[in-house]
Structure formats: structure tokens, C-alpha cells
Design a protein around this ligand. Structure first.
Ligand code: GDP
Length: 174
């Protein structure tokens, strides 16, 4: 317990995935319940926190955004250090971002703690008309990695909370 804000555990989460899949937007939606349509390039290290109730405990989630490093594929190993959970994100309107999930997964295997919990997210599910990645492809990939899968929309606020609560629950139970 630190300061005047009471919590039982501090939990470090990472958002990972290609540029423009909506990582910053998911963070903004989850922590501040806001959405901005502009593409805001994240520069420098960036995290937000939100305290949630989970299984009778209060978890202070410290959620890190990649700080735009993913554009250059230069995520430093330090970013992965001490992460307890990773939200792997692609954009359902971009097959390329889906295919790159394997690359990000490989990075995790190389640099993250091997007990790190993961969830797979297909974001921008409000853009059904532009869909390139069938839902079943997402489900199959998640099943291959034995991790939960959600299709989300930071814009219409669909499944965002559920995704963050799912990974919090996995961490609490691990
Ligand atoms: P990041 O580079 O992964 O952090 O991506 P951003 O959060 O900056 O989002 C990239 C662009 O996609 C921005 O223009 C966002 O407004 C937009 N975006 C993010 N999430 C969604 C979503 O769920 N639906 C729609 N339609 N657009 C989104």
C-alpha cells in the first residue's frame, strides 16, 4: 500500500503490436474512458494506471505503451523486463498486423519472463466493412498459443474492459 491510494498488488502490463493497431487508444479507453480519432504518435516512455478490483484484491494496473518504438522494430529488451502481462494487439482491417503477431510473440519468448501472461486482441471490430482478418483466424492463433482471444473496439468501447480484466485475472491466479 502506497500513499493514499490503496491497493494490494502493483501489476505491470504491456501493450504490444504493430504501429497504428490502436494500442494508445485501448490504453486511453481503458484508463480514461476516452477516444480520439487522431493518430497521436507516442514518443518517449508512456504508461497509465488504473486500479481495479479482481478476485477480492485491488490491483493497481500500470499499463505501458510501446512509446512508438515498434515503428522501427527497436523495442528494447528493457521494455519487456518485469512485465507480468502482455496484451498482443492486431488490427482486424490489416492482415499484415495479424501476421506480425508471430514476430511479437517471438520477441516475448526472447525477452520477457517465461511466466508472462498473454491475451490476443483483434482491435477495430467496429470497422466490419473493412475487415481483412476473419474472427476464426484470430481464434485459431490464440488457441495455438493457448491464450484468450477478444475482438475489441477502442472506438465503440467493445470488450476493452473485458480484455484487461481477463489478463488481470490470469495474473492474479498465476
Ligand atoms: P498505436 O500506434 O497502436 O498506439 O495506435 P493508435 O491508438 O494511435 O491508433 C491508430 C489509429 O487508429 C488512430 O487514428 C485511432 O483513432 C484509430 N483507432 C484506434 N482504435 C480504433 C478502433 O477501435 N476503431 C477505429 N475505427 N479506429 C481506431
Amino acid at each position: 500500500r502506497k500513499g493514499d491510494e490503496q491497493y494490494d498488488h502493483l501489476v505491470k502490463l504491456l501493450l504490444l503490436g504493430d504501429s497504428a493497431v490502436g494500442k494508445s487508444s485501448l490504453l486511453m479507453r481503458f484508463c480514461e474512458d476516452k477516444f480520439t480519432p487522431q493518430f497521436v504518435l507516442t514518443i518517449g516512455v508512456d504508461f497509465k494506471t488504473k486500479t481495479v478490483a479482481c478476485g477480492g484484491k485491488r490491483l493497481k494496473l500500470q499499463v505501458w505503451d510501446t512509446a512508438g518504438q515498434e515503428r522501427f522494430r527497436t523495442i528494447t529488451p528493457a521494455y519487456y523486463r518485469s512485465a507480468m502481462g502482455v496484451i498482443l494487439t492486431y488490427d482486424i482491417t490489416s492482415m499484415e498486423t495479424f501476421n506480425n503477431i508471430r514476430y511479437w510473440m517471438k520477441n516475448l519468448e526472447d525477452y520477457a519472463d517465461k511466466n508472462v501472461q498473454k491475451v490476443l486482441i483483434g482491435n477495430k471490430c467496429d470497422l466490419e466493412g473493412d475487415r481483412q482478418v476473419p474472427t476464426q483466424r484470430g481464434r485459431d492463433l490464440a488457441a495455438e498459443y493457448h491464450i484468450p482471444f477478444f475482438e475489441t473496439s477502442a472506438k465503440s468501447n467493445s470488450n476493452v474492459e473485458a480484455s484487461f480484466m481477463c489478463i488481470s485475472d490470469l495474473i492474479r491466479a498465476s
